[in-house]
Write a protein that binds this ligand. Structure first.
Ligand SMILES: Nc1ncnc2c1ncn2[C@@H]1O[C@H](COP(=O)(O)OP(=O)(O)O)[C@@H](O)[C@H]1O
Ligand SMILES: [Mg+2]
Length: 451
């Protein structure tokens, strides 16, 4: 990993609360001038101090009064911090808050994301960031701070943190109250690593505006009536119905026209169990699907003729992220293989993983074709991320789902703004998994203007 400037802060009650003492070597490196007034910021809190420059003992870069240290929510000695300075301004951190939902599960305050968040906190700390995880309810507007969690030797620890420089949003569903909190935080000058969630229809409309991506998009429409569903089934024989705000393969339905053309067969997953049925008329189909569809908004999409492993569908999850340079790149890709008989490949619905290389070798004997498929996967995923970002505003990571058909053609399925990455564990790519955790924390430095 790239080495960043890290500093050690030492506390001394002999120093008054309006002074900061900086080591000669740090002052020289950043052209700091003795006697000058500087504003020391940690996230959104700051304090004006007068600068003293001294030769400090080995291992100390900055000395502050203990009250100042407390006021700025930092710790002396134990942690090394990132540092940046401009004339009249010194910043420590950056302060990064990971925003997620809090659960009552003992030992797992962030539910299924607890382990992932622990890894993020570790990665951030290693690069000198002040990291904590919190739920939107943890924001104290009056005290201008946040009650959050860190993870240490004794497990999860709750304490107070300053309003951060950057927030990494990891809460899944976005309620309007959460969105309000987000807007209020943004108004304070806090940057968000990713935009708000957008649905599958929104995503589709954005992607199809890019002529370079059009050849990779399966025919997709917003469901308006069952007559329209019927027309799509007649046209493509098999279609996917997907809720616009769904995830993890939930409430997805596949409908197929029977061979004799007289009836429909459908399949969906309920509590992870496949439900299959048939209907002899459109109104019967509509009634049968009501229990899954409820009054959710759906899109309808042509079925992609995905490659299969022993009959099970295969697709590709690609993690596209930015790092401290602010540029997009592919962090990793992995194939997901659907559970036996499943219409979705999602890991959360029982899918398994396999290396892309292994799958491609099995299905495409021609090396040139394999290289071409990899090129398509890279192009579609990065181009999709850039296109979506252009439309909805700054983003730092996306999980792009891409299908490959039997002719070796790639098809864009969807892009996720809160992507899971457990598939990399399943295929034994620990390094990729680690990189996928480190990169967003690097991008936080970029967003916070820590060089
Ligand atoms: N048009 C399609 N053709 C074939 N398979 C599809 C299609 N759309 C989705 N799938 C399968 O269903 C999975 C879930 O669909 P996706 O659009 O990614 O929704 P979710 O947000 O629930 O993950 C995909 O990863 C893929 O395996
Ligand atoms: Mg998906």
């Amino acid at each position: 990993m790239k080495k960043f400037q890290l500093i050690r802060i030492v506390s001394s009650s002999r120093l008054d609360t309006s002074t900061i003492m900086v080591s000669q070597s740090l002052a020289k490196q950043y052209n700091l001038i003795p006697g000058e007034k500087v504003r020391l910021s940690v996230g959104q809190v700051s304090k004006e101090l007068r600068m003293l420059i001294r030769k400090l003992s080995e291992g100390a870069d900055i000395v502050l009064n203990p009250a100042t240290i407390r006021q700025l929510y930092i710790k002396s000695k134990t942690q090394l911090y990132g540092f940046t300075a401009q004339p009249g301004k010194i910043r420590i951190g950056p302060v990064v808050g990971i925003m997620s939902d809090v659960y009552q599960t003992p030992g797992k305050p962030f539910g299924g994301q607890s382990f992932f968040i622990r890894q993020l906190l570790t990665a951030g700390k290693q690069m000198g960031e002040i990291c904590f995880a919190f739920s939107p309810q943890g924001v104290n507007w009056k005290r201008n701070n946040i009650t959050g969690y860190t993870y240490g030797k004794n497990g999860w620890k709750k304490s107070s943190f300053p309003m951060p420089d950057v927030i990494y949003p990891r809460a899944r569903a976005y309620t309007s109250s959460k969105q309000q909190i987000r807007r209020r935080l943004e108004k304070m000058g806090i940057k968000f690593l990713n935009s708000c969630l957008i649905g599958k229809w929104e995503t589709h409309k954005i992607i199809r505006e890019n002529p370079d991506l059009v050849p990779y998009i399966p025919d997709t429409r917003l469901v308006k009536s069952f007559q329209q569903v019927d027309r799509m089934i007649n046209k493509y024989q098999a279609v996917y119905l997907k809720p616009v705000t769904g995830s993890q393969g939930k409430n997805i339905i596949k409908v197929t026209r029977s061979k004799n053309g007289k009836s429909y067969t459908y399949q969906y997953q309920l509590n992870n169990q496949p439900i299959k049925g048939s209907a002899t008329s459109l109104s019967q189909l509509k009634n049968s699907l009501r229990r899954v569809m409820g009054n959710r908004t759906y899109i309808i999409q042509k079925q992609i003729n995905l490659i299969r492993a022993e009959g099970n569908i295969i697709d590709v999850r690609i993690i596209v992220q930015k790092d401290h340079t602010g540029e997009w790149s592919v962090t990793g890709m992995a194939c997901r293989i659907g559970r036996k008989g499943s219409i979705t490949s999602n890991i959360s619905a029982g899918g398994s993983g396999s290396k892309v290389e292994t799958v491609l070798r099995k299905h495409f004997s021609n090396e040139e074709q394999r290289i071409d498929i990899l090129k398509q996967l890279h192009f579609v995923s990065v181009e999709a991320a850039k296109t979506i970002e252009k439309s909805i505003g700054q983003c730092g990571e996306m999980g792009v789902d891409i299908g490959i058909d039997k002719n070796g053609k790639a098809w864009f399925i969807e892009a996720n703004l809160r992507p899971a990455r457990q598939v990399f564990n399943l295929i034994g790519e620990k390094d990729t998994r680690l990189r996928s955790v480190t990169k967003p924390m690097l991008y936080c430095r970029y967003l916070a203007h820590f060089e």
